[in-house]
Design a protein around this ligand. Structure first.
Ligand code: COA
Length: 630
């Protein structure tokens, strides 16, 4: 029962169940949510020797014997009694005692806020929702209005702190990330960015930002009595926005947010020197979320449609299309195109994918309901258009950002693969974990394409712990490599191949279990390294070793983000010669999004997708044949 997202029916049961268990029915809802948070365990620091032994084991399929001998020597030195390893470990344990979570701040900084790469493509994931059946502007507006109402409905759960607690492997999860996604925004800084959150405080946000034809509007989404606007009210307001933003020659000021963080940091300071600009930027930052009403994209074949939409969610298609119709720093940004394409992009620093798709599931459920809500008769005022004074310097910054975005757009290859032959029911029917099965298919696809294996990272949740984010599951193991090599080896029979596959899956499950229980390698190694940076004058050699660099160069950067909705999340590769692979296993099919950079000659997202399809089919045939023969 490790599937992260709880089903709606299960949720209701869970809430009932929690009530039954509660010995004190007088506890307030918000207190209960606080009690839940407080009761979560702290992220442990794994034993030093355990991590070091596992580190050496993960290197085995990835490096040569000579490199291994050298790394083992460095590891012996690192682990000497009373040596540097023990000192760092003690220091880390001290930090763990003194903080709520020894990792979360470091992780936020090193994985997100310190990174100087653009958030678009390099960090922010996109989510592609199924194509909607509207074909015109009215349909687009009505859909957007319902979607906005759905998010406001979800916000009620956040505001009243009645969001049901999620469980993983029978353990309650930290819900903090849910409280970070609305009313928040990333702010660029000269060396490090920051995130602001306006959800609480004296004046919590009551507006959203709507962008159309590169023009930004403040849309108040609450009536004066505090009730959220109805779908009809929102629709009328969106119509007003549309009709006052028909000009298509506006400066795409939002595209500034897509640039390298240092460049954007400088441009940002320049932009907000002007008082009007500063107020407009603040209004966007403070808004609950953003909705981009996108202009039509160039028509493509049905086969290419999903790839195009995924790209639109990740970067907006370039400066000629919708990339200026975004504020990429905004944590949550829904995108609705005129042709029925829709989805979202989110800035990754405050949250992982699972809370985002849980929100999406809620919104999609809400949109299916046809509740009749009486619309108040009081007319609403015109949404405020945000003004920007564009100086020649700002214009130059916009031009630079446009150029950079167009380079990124041309460089990113995105393939959405709707694998329809089977879904997660099939591995389950063989008593195998669907997630581990898919990871092994990825390993096989990669091996067939490159005749070798590579460092692979699958995200695992650390939310069993207070303020937990993610850990890495190392999907490439000695056992996965044995399986991939055997699969096309004519000297091996099917029984041997199936046994190797099952063994590789078993090992992957063990690694998953360790990762979600805070006993994996990567975050512990990061912690030791961070302590070394803070406490020592030089980094221990184990972190300067080539093997360390090799092991951290994730050519396969993957994640399962499961949802009830038939959608798929997508993100860019982590390294220039790598792939980003995200998947949503449904019962009878699997949605994948594979990305690679066109500038790298060795990678090809279409080719990997084809190899992945074949791997999934061959693995099924293998298991079916072995079962038949038994
Ligand atoms: N036999 C039969 N069924 C099995 C099985 C087996 N041997 N092993 C697992 N299953 C079932 C599970 O019970 C579960 O059933 P359910 O759908 O009824 O709940 C289902 O198969 C799925 O399990 P599995 O495929 O093993 O995956 P998981 O749900 O345990 O997920 C991770 C694994 C790593 C994805 C999950 O633990 C996790 O950490 N997710 C978070 C990822 C994340 O944060 N990503 C960040 C993206 S930005």
């Amino acid at each position: 029962m490790l599937r992260l997202l709880i089903r709606t029916s299960a949720r209701t049961d869970l809430v009932k169940h929690c009530r039954l268990l509660s010995p004190m029915p007088v506890v307030q809802v918000s207190d209960r949510s606080l009690l839940h948070q407080e009761s979560l365990p702290k992220l442990p620091v794994p034993p030093l020797k355990q991590t070091c032994a596992r580190y050496l084991a993960l290197l085995e399929p990835l490096i040569s014997e000579e490199e291994m001998a050298h790394t083992c020597k460095l590891m012996d030195e690192f682990l000497q009694p009373g040596g540097v390893g023990e000192r760092l470990q003690k220091s880390l344990e001290r930090r763990a005692r003194k903080t709520e979570n020894w990792l979360s701040d470091w992780w936020m900084q090193s994985a997100y806020l310190d990174s100087r790469m653009p958030v678009a493509v390099y960090s922010s994931p996109g989510v592609v929702l199924p194509k909607m059946h509207f074909q015109d502007r009215q349909g687009q507006m009505r859909f957007a209005a319902k979607l906005i109402a759905g998010v406001l409905d979800f916000k009620k759960l956040i505001d009243s702190k009645t969001l049901p607690v999620e469980y993983l492997g029978g353990k309650p999860l930290c819900m903090d990330q849910y409280y970070q996604v609305l009313s928040s925004c990333r702010i660029p800084g000269p060396k490090r960015d920051s995130v602001v959150n306006y959800a609480t405080g004296k004046t919590p946000s009551t507006h959203i930002t709507v962008v159309h034809n590169f023009q930004f509007f403040v849309l108040d989404v609450y009536n004066s009595d505090g009730s959220p606007l109805t779908v009809d009210q929102i629709y009328v307001q969106l119509e007003k926005i549309w009709n006052t933003s028909l000009q298509t020659n506006k400066e795409p000021v939002g595209i500034l947010t897509s640039n390298h963080r240092n460049t954007w940091g400088k441009a940002y300071n320049n932009l907000i020197k002007d008082k009007t600009n500063k107020e407009s930027v603040r209004a966007i930052q403070k808004s609950i979320f953003t909705v981009s009403l996108d202009a039509p994209m160039p028509r493509v074949s049905d086969e290419m449609y999903h790839n195009k939409v995924a790209a639109q969610m990740l970067h907006g298609g370039g400066s000629r299309w919708n990339s200026g119709n975004r504020w990429f720093d905004k944590t949550l940004q829904f995108i609705v195109g005129e042709d029925g394409s829709c989805g979202l992009t989110y800035e990754h620093a405050p949250a992982e994918g699972p809370p985002i798709v849980f929100l999406v599931d809620h919104v999609v459920d809400y949109m299916k309901r046809t509740e009749m809500v009486r619309t108040p008769m009081i007319p609403l005022s015109m949404p405020l258009k945000l003004r920007f004074n564009i100086t020649p310097e700002i214009k130059k910054d916009i031009e630079k950002a446009k150029q950079n975005m167009n380079i990124m757009v041309h460089d990113l290859d995105v393939r959405v693969l709707n694998f329809s032959q089977y879904g997660r029911k099939f591995p389950k029917s063989h008593k195998l974990s669907p997630d581990a099965f898919i990871q092994m298919a990825l390993q096989l696809a990669y091996y067939r394409m490159y005749e070798t294996c590579c460092p692979s990272n699958e995200s695992a949740s650390l939310r069993m712990f207070k303020l937990g984010r993610t850990e890495a599951i190392r999907s490439t193991t000695t056992e996965s490599f044995q399986f991939t090599k055997a699969m096309d080896d004519p000297s091996k029979n099917n029984i041997e191949k199936a046994a190797l596959l099952k063994n590789a899956i078993k090992v992957h499950r063990e690694h998953t279990y360790k990762a979600i229980h805070g006993q994996a390698i990567d975050r512990h190694m990061l912690g030791l390294k961070m302590v070394a940076i803070e406490d020592l004058t030089s980094l221990p050699e184990i972190f300067m070793d080539t093997s360390f660099a090799v092991a951290s160069h994730f050519n396969l950067y993957t994640s399962q983000v499961g949802s009830k909705t038939d959608c798929v999340m997508c993100f860019g590769p982590l390294v220039p010669d790598g792939y980003g692979v995200c998947y949503n296993p449904m019962d009878d099919h699997i949605n994948f999004a594979v990305t690679a950079f066109n500038s790298c000659e060795e990678t090809n997202a279409t080719k990997l997708s084809k190899f992945l399809t074949d791997a999934l089919l061959d693995m099924k045939n293998l298991l079916d044949q072995v079962t038949e023969d038994q």
